[in-house]
Design a protein around this ligand. Structure first.
Ligand code: DHB
Length: 390
């Protein structure tokens, strides 16, 4: 026992990442953009992680769980520094969060070197889980959410599309996944537009969509940017020009949907979570979340973090409280539970989440806007990795 531990610890010390938490505590370092342009992601995820502990207690398998929340402001250099400090100084057992793809990617080498599980609860570019064997993900992947949108569009008479996505990992994933599936069915993407991540002005892009006269525009923008997009979409009167809006559910995000007003009504979109999801688990979750957060409605980001906590708790139960990083990530593989979004499994091969994807339409329910689910594709794997599998 002693002999096998010594070289391992020496190796870690050489990397400046030595140490493990005390026998009693399990520490989770939750790194989120609590301020800056993606602050809604951080606010939703922190609220959900705290609610999970409030409802499930702070002890699991005899271990006391401690949550340490850090604000990276959405800057990857800060994310990386915080992750290093959490591993070296706080000796966390799990790194969690990561509101944007570049933030998740910045931490992957640290997870690998320190052998600390990195639970990605927000970022959604397909390649993320391939960057470290210590990464597991409880959010989704853009191709997973997008392929069902492309399929639905062609089946429902949409033959030509302009894609309009934010110009970085998840947007490019969405653009590619949409184009490939749509072309396979016989549809045509007539233009592919990309908007900058920082301070986007959608107006010139929307004008180009209008000029191209497609049957529909397919859109991805990250969580927190949907309201600005929808306002400019309505101002350009694309709907009056007969151009339908189809999207991933990131655009019609529950956090902002009500503020979007009637411009959002009727938008068809695909995603893994709606606050209107009709299950007893979800009703209880939405009620508790609103009660704990001054009426704030949980969005898909909240659910990613809630399930991130669920995953760590379930893994600790499986290891009987052993919080060793390798034991924990191994325990996470293949775990299944009933999420508030529906049934989920951590794919034992890819460590991505397998989940139902819903087709939804924005409707008014009791005076509020919701993504109302009307069809589902069951147990969808990330299609990019599924295509690569032997
Ligand atoms: C990512 C961020 C988001 O806010 C979102 O809705 C989807 C993906 C990302 O950066 O990976």
């Amino acid at each position: 026992m002693f002999r096998s531990l010594v070289p391992a610890l020496a190796g870690l010390a050489a990397l400046g990442l030595a140490g493990a938490a005390s026998a009693q505590d399990v520490k989770i370092g939750l790194i989120l953009p609590m301020t800056g342009p993606s602050s809604t992601t951080g606010i939703q995820q922190q609220a959900a992680a705290k609610l999970f502990m409030q409802l499930n207690g702070s002890t699991v398998a005899g271990k006391k769980v401690e949550l340490i929340v850090k604000d990276d402001t959405g800057n990857a250099d800060i994310t990386k520094r915080l992750a290093q400090e959490l591993v070296v100084n706080d000796k966390v057992n799990v790194l969690m969060g990561f509101g944007l793809t570049p933030l998740a990617l910045a931490v992957a080498p640290i997870a690998t070197q320190a052998k600390v599980p990195q639970v990605v609860t927000a970022a959604a570019t397909a390649i993320i889980t391939e960057q470290s064997p210590y990464i597991a993900r409880t959010s989704f992947t853009l191709p997973q959410a997008t392929v069902p949108m492309a399929e639905w569009a062609f089946k429902n008479g949409i033959k030509s599309v302009v894609t309009l996505v934010t110009d970085y990992g998840p947007g490019i994933d969405a653009e590619k996944a949409f184009a490939e599936r749509f072309a396979k069915d016989g549809g045509k993407v007539i233009e592919s537009l990309r908007t900058p991540l920082r301070a986007p002005d959608f107006a010139p892009f929307l004008q180009r969509v209008k000029d191209a006269k497609p049957d529909a525009v397919f859109v991805f923008v990250p969580s927190g940017f949907g309201a600005t997009f929808m306002k400019q979409f309505a101002e350009r009167e694309l709907d009056k020009a007969g151009i339908k809006l189809i999207a991933t559910g990131d655009v019609t995000d529950d956090d902002q949907l009500n503020a979007m007003g009637d411009a959002a009504l009727g938008v068809i979109n695909t995603h893994h979570y709606s606050a209107a999801h009709n299950s007893p688990e979800n009703k209880a979750f939405v009620d508790a979340f609103k009660k704990a957060n001054n009426g704030m409605r949980p969005n898909f980001m909240a659910v990613g973090a809630y399930d991130g906590m669920q995953l760590v708790y379930k893994a600790l139960e499986k290891t009987k409280g052993n919080a060793d990083g390798t034991a924990l990530i191994d325990a996470m593989k293949g775990l299944s539970w009933t999420s508030v979004r529906g049934p989920v499994t951590i794919d034992p091969q890819t460590r991505d989440i397998i989940q139902d994807i819903y087709i939804r339409k924005v409707e008014k329910v009791d005076g509020e806007l919701y993504n109302v689910e009307f069809a589902k594709i069951e147990q969808v794997k990330d299609p990019v990795k599924a295509a690569k599998a032997p």
